[in-house]
Design a protein around this ligand. Structure first.
Ligand code: RB5
Length: 156
């Protein structure tokens, strides 16, 4: 399952992405927004992140779109267990999966054309997490979530 969300600035790109996923026979769930009316991107980041967390299928992932992709990335990464990555070319699309095992990709509706976005999404979907040396780094990311706010030092 692909969980989709956007604010007003990402709405049109999100709608195009739905068509692309449909053509590829992918299942998706659109968590909004549903128009160009101004809304706050953190609301949609949290909706997608929460749905994804409650989905037991490890192949599920999320796509969040705002103007730059940055606000969605920052917001989604506040949710424990989420690794959201801003994608701006095929290289970042590939390595967000291969090295970071990202479970959400974010895109900029004002910075990325739909043709570019489709290429990046396809690249992300066809890439594989390499695990190995990256696993310890990912578990250190998870350990940051458990630290007290007074001490954010990761112990080796
Ligand atoms: C909305 O104008 C814009 O600030 C938002 O879509 C996003 O780019 C924030 O990161």
């Amino acid at each position: 399952m692909v969980y989709l969300g956007s604010d007003h600035a990402g709405f049109e790109l999100k709608e195009s992405i739905k068509e692309h996923l449909k053509e590829k026979g992918m299942r998706y769930a659109d968590m909004g927004t549903d128009s160009l009316k101004s809304v706050d991107y953190p609301d949609y980041a949290v909706k997608v992140a929460t749905e994804l967390k409650n989905d037991a299928d490890k192949n599920s992932f999320g796509i969040l779109v705002c103007g730059t992709g940055i606000g969605m990335e920052i917001s989604a990464n506040k949710v424990n267990g989420i690794r959201a990555a801003l994608i701006h070319d095929e290289y970042t699309a590939e390595f967000a999966k291969a090295h970071n095992n990202a479970n959400i990709i974010t895109l900029g509706g004002r910075t990325t054309t739909s043709t570019e976005a489709f290429r990046y999404i396809d690249k992300f979907m066809s890439s594989k997490y390499e695990s190995g040396r990256h696993e310890n780094r990912i578990s250190k990311i998870s350990s940051i979530e458990k630290l007290e706010s007074v001490d954010k030092t990761v112990k080796n």
